[in-house]
Design a protein around this ligand. Structure first.
Ligand code: SPD
Length: 372
């Protein structure tokens, strides 16, 4: 390559980097073309459109517009309601999803099943923005396959103008026909989450593989059914906001988001404890090279400090991105629903893979769902 052309390219690259310097993150661009060798013709170009398979209401849709404006890549969103639904889709051989959002224990399962692609960290320089504690998570050391997206807790949301703060999971597991929330309460439509609530109430490990303990939890979940309006992981917070239900088992940020519609919504972790989790951005092994590059560019964009902060301000979940956290307002950082205080954190459990017992959880959950 002639020297003058080389310098022109260097200058253009510098200008592009300067243009995005104000964001505090690395440029979200396809990696610059190497010198004009024969391999350059075979270089992968990012897909023009990718599908993001996500939990519902979990990202500010404006992020898609900003990403498209910057890269020309369109992101289309599809939703799932539980980790098991996501796993079944991938195991069933579905293709076309470029970025998925499994929780901690499910990342572990998916790695073991060979369902995830390894990330090319060269395409995700903003990974450096992650807080140290999220760089080496036990389910994916060194972020080889995934990048933590948001974290939160599972507890009880309730209408504080219609009932006192629930102190114990007994509000669900000892149904009382005289309680105002009887028949106006929901539990998550999620085997591991609902079993975790029952196991924690019983004083057992929420990751137990003991069949006797699991059957006890199944019986407790069945016992709770008459007091429930149903199992729901997608609209429970809206039903609370609308005053249709008074009590719901669900995820912290969803209740905070619903507070925008009903200021009486409150959230608590019962005295027996609850679940803490982190959801992660990962790429299925089935992607094409073009989708993979576009997916990595999208993940890199999400890891930009301003975008990370924007997402947390939208969905009210805590960010694992230290640089993004610096941009969040004080009242957000001091909100105990987002960042539980130490004494509450001590009562929270991460769900872990349970190996062969996974099938037992699913079978017992089917029995719960089928019971009257
Ligand atoms: N509306 C977004 C909810 C995200 C919940 N993910 C948590 C899964 C924990 N098992």
């Amino acid at each position: 390559m002639r020297t003058s052309i080389r310098w022109a390219l260097v200058l253009m690259l510098l200008l592009a980097l300067t243009a995005c310097g104000g964001q505090g993150g690395e440029a979200t661009q396809a990696p610059a073309a190497e010198d004009t060798t024969q391999e350059a013709t075979a270089e992968v170009q990012p897909a023009k459109e990718i599908v993001f398979y996500n939990w519902s209401e979990y990202i500010d849709p404006e992020v898609y517009d900003l990403f498209e404006k910057e890269t020309g890549i369109k992101v289309v969103e599809d939703n799932f309601s539980s980790n098991e639904e996501l796993l079944a889709k991938l195991k069933g051989g579905v293709t076309g999803y470029a970025v998925i959002v499994p929780s901690d224990y499910m990342v572990n399962i998916m790695i073991q099943e060979g369902l995830l692609a390894e990330l090319d960290h060269d395409n995700i320089p903003n990974i450096k923005n992650l807080a140290e504690e999220w760089r080496n998570v036990p389910f994916d050391p060194g972020n080889k396959y995934c990048v933590p997206y948001q974290w939160g807790t599972t507890g009880l949301g309730y209408l504080s103008d219609q009932m006192d703060e629930p102190q114990t999971w007994a509000v669900l597991f000892k149904p009382n026909p005289d309680a105002p929330w009887y028949g106006r309460a929901t539990m998550l439509d999620d085997a591991r989450e609902s079993f975790a609530a029952a196991l924690i109430y019983l004083g057992y490990d929420p990751n137990t593989t003991d069949e006797g303990q699991l059957k006890e939890a199944r019986d407790l979940l069945i016992q709770a059914k008459p007091g429930l309006a149903g199992y729901d992981s997608d609209t429970y917070e809206d039903l609370l906001a609308a005053g249709e239900n008074l009590l719901a088992h669900g995820w912290s940020g969803d209740f905070l988001m619903a507070q925008e519609d009903n200021e009486n919504i409150a959230y608590t972790i019962p005295q027996e404890g609850g679940v803490i989790w982190v959801d992660n951005l990962c790429i299925p092994a089935s992607v094409t090279p073009e989708e993979k590059l576009a997916a990595e560019m999208f993940i890199n964009f999400i890891l930009r400090p301003d975008i990370g902060a924007k997402i947390s301000e939208y969905n009210y979940y805590a960010t694992p991105n230290a640089a993004a956290e610096k941009l969040l307002p004080e009242d957000f950082l001091n909100d105990p629903t987002v960042y539980p205080p130490e004494e509450v954190r001590a009562k929270l459990h991460f769900l872990k893979p349970v190996g062969e017992a996974e099938a037992l959880y699913q079978r017992l959950w089917d029995e719960v769902k089928a019971a009257p």
